[in-house]
Design a protein around this ligand. Structure first.
Ligand code: NDP
Length: 446
């Protein structure tokens, strides 16, 4: 893939701007664009195998994970296509004093700069692209440097579906290009998923420019295990909910909060589940734990393990680089690790590790568990494991976070997804996610 530069960013923004102002896209109706989005979904599904393999080859996510990427991307396009009638419906609001009415228009916000990280390079861009396209925005997108390839296939699908030239523009290259996109005078809206430090940097630029921005950032989420939890069921859901994508998922609940009364039992179950999950070649469909996506991430995870040991955490499985044989000998593998007896002040309890590492913390009662869960600068995901659904719901309500799952976790394209505190600003998905790409205008008449 080419390493782009400032000229490429300018050319791409100019193309997006021209397509927004003069091109046919913004003049089509939401229903017409929704039809094209359904075609995009079909074209993506035709490329499912190519997308899965490319994604796995570029970031090492197990194919068991990436094989769902095309279906998920298609589903996001199809979901947002269903919102076309909401954009087309007449929205007439009488003045409260009865003297006249206002026509509320939902205009496309303009050229959108979309920036995604390397852990889910397809999904995390499509989450921004689909709601931008429906109201008639045009976009410039930058994937992360370690994963420039797989989104290229999505752009091929978009072209095949008949999206006019200039509407969707992809640039590849270093993070500096993202910075240029964010500050470009012709960009009207920024949407970013990535680390909290880069998110802060973007927020500062957007604050200065008064430019709307959506930020999906890091997380440090907790799974509160209630005393009545079914541990067999929890074991079956553990990897998907707490260690998805070799632990490189923003919303997973990597901190397990276990009641003192069942602490040893839970430590044993979590240890057994993690220790027996297959680790190896990400191209093998049986693999659960693949390598770290890149060398910087590998070193960062190992540094977290060193700090955990130095601070007194108990390693119940893993804890070291994994030495695999054959072709995998040079891979960036880390043993899937469980750290027990973790206390709130330890670094591994506070920072996002983004690797195959689970921490287990002991709590005395549910109030204690909730305060441990809320004792974080982040607020993205969370889970409550328990059989009493009402009680589990009560605990979920008390957690200071953007999303919580009861006995599982999955994001729902129809419900808002976003973080509190250092996990971000604004939401994606649902009508609320679409609203971020709209510019409202009220026309008052008597
Ligand atoms: P980074 O923040 O390093 O990078 C994210 C994207 O921003 C990349 O495309 C990167 O480009 C680009 N970028 C880098 N510097 C700038 C800049 N100054 N201005 C604009 N764009 C820039 O994150 P990672 O790629 O390392 O992703 C991992 C992080 O993403 C984790 O912290 C994780 O929690 C978070 N994340 C959050 C999710 C959420 O929904 N809340 C979901 C998934 C991940 P380049 O790669 O070229 O440097």
């Amino acid at each position: 893939m080419p390493v782009g530069n400032e000229d490429d960013v300018n050319a791409a923004v100019d193309a997006a701007h021209a397509a927004f102002i003069t091109g046919p896209w913004a003049k089509t109706t939401p229903s017409e664009r929704a039809d094209i989005m359904l075609r995009i979904a079909n074209e993506i599904e035709k490329r499912a195998t190519e997308l899965s393999l490319t994604n796995t080859l570029e970031n090492g996510s197990p194919v068991a994970e990436t094989s769902g990427a095309a279906a998920n991307a298609a589903s996001i396009f199809r979901y947002f296509a269903t919102l076309a009638p909401e954009l087309e419906a007449d929205d007439v609001r009488p003045f409260p004093n009865g003297q006249g009415e206002s026509l509320v228009r939902k205009d496309p916000i303009g050229v959108c700069a979309l920036i995604a990280p390397w852990n889910f390079p397809i999904n995390l861009m499509v989450t921004k692209l689909a709601p931008a396209l429906l109201p008639g925005c045009t976009v410039i997108m930058k994937p992360a440097s370690p994963t420039p390839l797989s989104f290229r296939i999505i752009v091929d699908a978009i072209t095949a579906a008949g999206v006019p030239a200039g509407v969707v523009n992809l640039v590849t290259g270093p993070g500096r290009m993202g910075d240029l996109m964010v500050r470009h005078p012709k960009v009207a809206k920024v949407a970013f998923t990535g680390s909290t430090p880069v998110g802060r940097h973007i927020a500062a630029a957007c604050g200065e420019l008064l430019r709307p921005v959506t930020l999906e950032l890091g997380g440090k989420s907790s799974a509160i295990v209630m005393e009545d939890a079914d541990l067999n069921e929890m074991s079956a859901r553990l990897i998907r909910s707490c260690m998805r994508n070799t632990g490189q998922t923003c919303y997973i609940s990597t901190r397990i909060l276990a009641p003192a009364s069942r602490y040893d039992e839970i430590v044993n179950m979590v240890t057994e589940t993690i220790a027996t999950a297959p680790q190896g070649d990400p191209l093998d469909p049986a693999t659960v734990f693949g390598p770290s996506a890149n060398h910087a991430q590998y070193k960062s995870v190992l540094a977290h393990l060193d700090s955990a040991k130095a601070e007194g955490a108990r390693v119940t499985t893993g804890g070291e680089p994994a030495q695999l044989g054959g072709e995998l000998a040079d891979g960036l593998f880390i043993q899937p690790t469980v750290l027990a007896d973790v206390t709130p002040e330890m670094r591994v309890a506070r920072e996002e590790i983004f690797g195959p590492v689970i921490t287990i913390h002991k709590y005395d009662d549910l109030d204690d568990a909730i305060s441990l869960a809320n004792n974080t600068e982040f607020g993205l995901g969370g889970i409550v494991f328990g059989t009493d659904q009402d009680k589990a719901l009560e605990v979920a309500e008390a957690m200071n976070t953007g999303s919580v799952g009861l006995n599982f976790f999955a994001s729902n394209h129809a419900a808002p997804f976003g973080g509190r505190n250092d996990s971000g600003l604004g939401v994606e998905y649902g009508p609320e996610g679409l609203a971020a790409y709209l510019s409202y205008k009220s026309i008052h008449q008597r």
